[in-house]
Design a protein around this ligand. Sequence first.
Ligand SMILES: [Zn+2]
Ligand SMILES: [Zn+2]
Length: 414
Amino acid sequence: MLKIKTLTCVAIGGVALGVAFGLYLATAELPTTHAQESSPVKALAAREVYYPGTEDLAPDEMRVTACGTGMPNARPKQAAACWLVELGNGDKFLFDIGTGSAERISALKIPYDYLDKVFLGHLHSDHFGDLDALWIGGVVANRVKPLRVWGPSSLEAKYGTKESLEHMEAMLAWDVDSRMGNTDTRGLFIEVTEFDYRAINKVIYQENGVTIRTIPAIHIFDGPVSFILEWNGLKFAYSSDTFPNKWWMQYTKGADIAIHEAFITPESLVEKQGFTPQAALNVGTQIHTSPAQFGKVMAETEPRLAVAYHFFNDFDTAPAVLRDIRMTYDGPLALATDYMVFNVTKDDIKVRMAAVDEDIWPQPSTIPLVPPDPKLRRTQMSDFTRGGRIVHRDILEDVYRYINEKFGSNEQVP
Ligand SMILES: [Zn+2]
Ligand SMILES: [Zn+2]
C-alpha cells in the first residue's frame, strides 16, 4: 500500500494465477514497520492488495478500478478501455466498456444492479465492445434495472450513440426475445442519453450529489468526448481517447485523479506489432496522445495523480513509455494496468493492485426477483423444432424431485 502525496508510482504490472503484482518506485515515506502488529494467529493489519468485496468504502472516499487499460486487441493481461468509479455515497459509474472488460468487472464482486450507468467516450469497439456483455450478461446475473448509457452524437445520426445502440439491440433480437418470459427481464432494456459531442463542460448527469460533465475530445473524426466527474470536492477526469486539446487543458486542471491515454510508443508498434514506421507514427502520435505528449498535458493539468493508460504495460514496453513521459512531466504518476485500484480521499491517494478470485460467481440481485411473466414470451418454438425434442421424463422427474426436496419448492415437470 502506498500513500501518495509527492509520489512517483510506476506500476509495471503482471498477473499470474489471478494474483497481481506491481513494482512501485516511491519517493514518499515508506510505511513504518508492522513488527508490533504481527501475530502468529491473527490476520495482518495492513493490506497491500485490494481483495474485492472485503473493504468498506468510506463516506468521503472514491475508489477507481482499472477494468481495461490496454489496446484494441484484448489479451489475458489487459482488456480494452474501461474504468469503474465507486463513490462513498453508493453510486457506481463505468467509463467506457471496451472489449474484454466485462470479465474484469465481474471479478469485482459487485451486484449487477449497482452497475447500471455507463458513459461512453466514443464508439470504437475498444471502448464499448463489451456493452452487450454487460447489458445481457447483467440481466442473466440478476440486474433487474434497465441499463442507462450516456454517449455522444456525431456529424451524422448513424455515427451517434443512439443509432449505434439501436443497432446493437437489433443485433441481439434473438437473444433478447429468447429470454422474455423465461427469466426476470425487467433489466433487459437500455435507456440511452445521447448528448452533443460539441458541448463544452456541459452537465450531462446530476444526481445524488454527483455531477458529470462532457468536453469534446479529438480523435479521428467528430464524436469523441472526455468526461469530468465531481463529487464531494473530488474531481475525476477521464480522457477516453484524445489528442492533446484545449478543452482538457481548460477544464480538468487540478483534478484529483486524471486518467488520460498515453499510447504505446511508435517504436513498439514497429518492433512488436509489425507496423510500418509511417503507420506507427500516424497512430501513435497523430490519432492518439504519445507518452511525451501525455507528460506535457499532465505538466499543465497538475493533477494529484496522473494515470497513463492505453498501452501494453509489459516489462519491455513500459520503460519506453515511462522514459518518454518523464521527458516532459515529473509529477505523481501511475502507469495503469488492469486491476490497479486507486482509493482517493481529500488527503490521500492509495494505489494497489486487486487480487481477484477466478472462481467468481455473480452476486445475488439487490432487488427481489420476480417469476417470469409468460405473457412476455415473444417467440415460441415451431412444431418442427419442438417435434425434435427427446424428453427423458424419468430423469427430469428425479431432478425436479431432488430440487423440490432440497429447496422446498413444488415444481412439476411440464
Ligand atoms: Zn478510439
Ligand atoms: Zn482507444
